[in-house]
Design a binder for this molecule. Structure first.
Ligand code: UDP
Ligand code: MG
Length: 367
């Protein structure tokens, strides 16, 4: 089931049904609101001759070793796009762009076959595995000049394909960005649910504008993609970058399913690295907190010195070496951790300064 609501980044609003009912098509938290009502909700563009026609959609699907799930994903996406073309919701020359992120299985061979058999499918192959965010960006940047709107979703059918209808409705009201937000986390393990929620809350605490429970399932207009193209950073965290673009936006909620087939390409270690990347790419608050921790430790050591002086003068019993060793090790640990944290930021600057390409394309299949 898909629910459409105006963009509002608070978890509480997402969770409560009555807010959902009353907040329909509200002013967005991230940009201006979409048009509040539309008599015809088809996303149309006006030509120079004054005619209107449906917009050209590109679905962008990053795929890494997805041979188990790809046939089913392709079948379902094809059926959906054909239905939308038939209903004149999207242009007849809309496409499904499958991005192969340097897979080691038969994913690219399958994409090539799909393209050969049906021109609805396009394909782009990266020169090597660059990770989900880079693969997704590659798809977005490849398609941005070929179409009017892009919808990105994962290859594993976790994102509800029917969410596309909600996206197009919001687009018809003038939104440039529509975020797909999962309505609950029932399909997650307790551990994943807790860490994901902790992550979003942590990001909020650090002042990073991310849409709660939104991954990378979203619609973007050509204008929004033009904005994204102006972000030159190599440390990619798209769900933090897209809200920075601005423009009218909305969210559509949907129930996220379990992976249809194959294994997750995000083991815990990779997930942790991704979360850490998000924090250090978007907030310098950890560095400020570090300064605060330094001051607190300095104040504590002052108190401790004062106590030692008094103990000396007044002859209080004082066993020195235990607390001394403890504080030495503690301080050494804090200093090393601080160096590590500063190093993480320097590492990011290092990567940005080198400005290496975020992806290289091996082959593009598009007609
Ligand atoms: N993916 C990718 N490159 C990678 C890892 C993942 O393109 O290096 C793709 C993957 O094929 C899928 C999406 O990113 O379409 C999300 O990955 P996955 O579903 O495994 O992540 P999870 O949902 O388990 O967090
Ligand atoms: Mg998945």
């Amino acid at each position: 089931m898909v629910t459409i609501i105006g963009a509002n980044s608070t978890a509480e609003n997402l969770a409560s049904g009555w807010v959902r009912a009353f907040c329909c098509f509200r002013v967005t938290a991230l940009g201006r609101s979409c048009r509040s009502a539309a008599s015809d909700t088809r996303p149309l563009i006006t030509t120079t001759k004054g005619h209107t026609m449906p917009e050209r959609l590109y679905m962008v699907i990053p795929c890494y070793n997805e041979q188990e799930v790809l046939p089913e994903t392709a079948k379902r996406l094809k059926a959906k796009l054909e239905e939308l073309i038939h209903r004149e919701r999207i242009a007849t020359n809309s496409r499904i762009l499958l991005v192969d992120d340097g897979s080691r299985d038969n994913t690219w061979a399958m994409i090539s076959d799909l393209h050969r058999e049906d021109k609805l499918f396009s394909g782009v192959k990266l020169s090597r595995n660059r990770g989900h965010q880079n693969a997704l960006l590659c798809g977005l940047m490849t398609a941005k000049d070929l179409c009017d709107i892009i919808i990105s979703m994962d290859a594993d059918l976790q994102d509800d394909i029917d969410v596309i209808d909600g996206f197009l409705e919001e687009r018809a009201k003038g939104c440039d960005v529509v975020y797909g937000v999962r309505s609950d986390r029932e399909t997650d393990s307790t551990f994943k649910r807790a860490t994901a929620q902790g992550f979003y809350k942590g990001m909020k605490f650090l002042g990073v504008d991310v849409v709660y429970n939104h991954a990378d399932c979203r619609l973007m207009s050509r204008r929004a993609l033009g904005g994204l193209a102006k972000f030159p950073e190599v440390n990619l965290f798209l769900r933090g970058m897209v809200p920075l673009i601005g423009y009218p936006s909305a969210i559509v909620t949907y129930k996220r399913a379990e992976r249809f087939a194959g294994e997750s390409k995000y083991p815990f270690k990779k997930m942790l690295a991704f979360a850490w990347d998000g924090v250090t790419s978007f907030s310098v608050k950890p560095l400020q907190l570090l300064g605060g921790a330094g001051l607190t430790i300095a104040a504590l050591s002052l108190l401790f010195s004062l106590y030692s002086l008094l103990a000396c003068l007044l002859g209080w019993p004082f066993r020195g070496w235990g607390p001394l060793m403890g504080s030495l090790w503690l301080l050494a640990g804090v200093i090393l951790a601080a160096l590590g944290l500063v190093g993480a930021y320097i590492g990011k600057i290092y990567a940005e300064v080198k400005g290496r390409p975020r992806f290289l394309i091996d082959t593009l299949l598009d007609e």
